[in-house]
Ligand binder design. Structure first.
Ligand SMILES: [Zn+2]
Length: 448
């Protein structure tokens, strides 16, 4: 059976296009009014589903919170929390876009716009499913809706709301992760956590002459290299202390990697190169189930001039991804200790923590996850692949901490340009995602 013809209606598409056209860039203060506009539009979508919604003012951008009761008003209907985000990444260099980033443009089967896939398009699938099910009198869950305006800029208003929610639900549904490929929906079985740092080194009061002092004076660039080398991976493995508690992959997970696109192809498609001879073969293991440390930026001296100076200062940003089982808070402390232990005597080393997010293990045998996978299959006619994800979504860890089982899926493709120029979404996947969302909500309604 082919479900691809089940598109959104023209009216639904029109409302999505209007939401996409709002440049709700949470990281850029000049878009604060756009954030309010987009939040109000999302609240209106919840009301269109027959629910109540309010826009909550936070210390950052507004949070949209709503509730859609079941069609029959049953006070004992299962409660499902639906989460998404209306904020988007900055568009980057507009000249790299084939059409303006905030003018939703259909070319072929693709709809191009910043936020088309991440996450307005995916969020819209869930909202339209609620609207259609309520309109048809067949919504059998009480849907609580939480829509974040700070997901792309490291805000914590949604995670705080989840942490303080007086009635944490058994199940949550999020559409914000990609399919394996066309015809292959995925459900996430784990997310890595993240600890982020800025490291500053001072080795002298001022830059020194290397002819006079070279070999004797502390060189801040060298200190930084030594400090970073203490934690960066060799052959894809960080020092074992940074893997404490990390879960080994299950046989089912190892088996599922065989059915996923291979690492060599994924690296090549991204324009990347393997870190070492085993990296491509171990791609899925390394990117989902192993700790990883990456240096993101380094600044020291002035490479633009040929100068015989010994740099007095150096700094770097780096982060560690922590796979399921590992405690991001604990391993962050271990990593900081390793950086300090590696610093030579006499240097000033300043380590600034820029945030920690916990890892999440999502058990594919959890009844909520099993029901949701069956619901997606029933709604789309497509088999669902359980996959681990190497990235971090802090709100998922917050939900898991409250005992909520999180169904994390989505209907964008891996090459739809999340965070990149020409971000897009297949128009036919909008209808597909609505069918999947309806299948999940039906399956969760039957779960007792
Ligand atoms: Zn997202």
């Amino acid at each position: 059976m082919c479900f691809y013809h089940r598109r959104m209606t023209d009216e639904e598409m029109g409302r999505l296009m209007a939401l996409l056209a709002v440049p709700s860039i949470s990281a850029m203060p000049q878009h604060a009014d756009d954030m309010k506009t987009a939040a109000a539009m999302v609240a209106e979508e919840i009301r269109l589903a027959g629910g109540m919604a309010e826009v909550i003012v936070t210390s950052g951008h507004p949070l949209v919170v709503g509730e859609v009761p079941p069609s029959n008003g049953d006070p004992d209907a299962p409660v499902v929390l639906i989460y998404g985000h209306y904020d988007v990444q900055p568009p980057g260099n507009p000249s790299l876009w084939s059409s303006p980033p905030f003018e939703p443009t259909a070319r072929g089967d693709n709809l191009y716009c910043r936020g088309a896939s991440d996450d307005k398009g995916n969020l819209f699938m869930l909202l339209v499913a609620l609207q259609r099910m309520r309109a048809a009198g067949r919504l059998r869950v009480r849907a609580r809706v939480l829509v974040d305006g700070e997901e792309e800029s490291g805000g914590h208003s949604a995670a705080d709301w989840v942490a303080q929610d007086p009635r944490p639900p058994r199940a949550a549904v999020i559409f914000d992760s990609p399919m394996v490929g066309p015809g292959r929906p995925a459900v996430c079985t784990g997310l890595r956590g993240l600890a982020y740092y800025r490291v500053r080194v001072r080795g002298a009061a001022a830059d020194l002459h290397s002819g006079m002092h070279g070999g004797a004076a502390l060189n801040a660039a060298h200190v930084l290299m030594t400090v970073l080398s203490a934690v960066t991976p060799v052959d894809g493995r960080v020092p074992s202390a940074l893997s404490e508690g990390v879960l080994a992959p299950t046989p089912a997970e190892v088996e599922s990697w065989r059915t996923l696109p291979n690492g060599a192809g994924l690296l090549t498609a991204a324009g990347g190169r393997p870190a070492d001879s085993q990296a491509a073969d171990e791609y899925h293991l390394r990117t989902t189930m192993l700790s990883a440390v990456d240096v993101h930026g380094i600044r020291t001296g002035n490479p633009d001039v040929v100068a015989t100076t010994i740099p007095a200062t150096a700094e770097a940003t780096l982060s560690m991804r922590v796979p399921p089982g590992g405690s991001a808070d604990h391993l962050a402390t271990v990593l900081e200790g390793m950086l300090r232990a590696a610093a030579p005597a006499g240097c000033d080393l300043e380590i600034e923590g820029l945030g920690v997010a916990g890892a999440s293990r999502i058990d594919p045998d959890d009844p909520v996850i099993r029901a949701a996978m069956a619901g997606i299959e029933a709604g789309t006619g497509m088999p669902v692949t359980p996959v681990g994800i190497g990235g971090s979504i802090p709100v998922v860890a917050a939900m898991a901490a409250r005992g909520t089982s999180v169904v994390l899926s989505g209907f964008a493709l891996p090459d739809d340009g999340y965070h990149s120029p020409d971000e897009h979404l297949r128009v036919s996947h909008l209808g597909l995602g609505v069918k999947a969302a309806e299948g999940i909500l039906d399956a969760l309604a039957d779960l007792r």
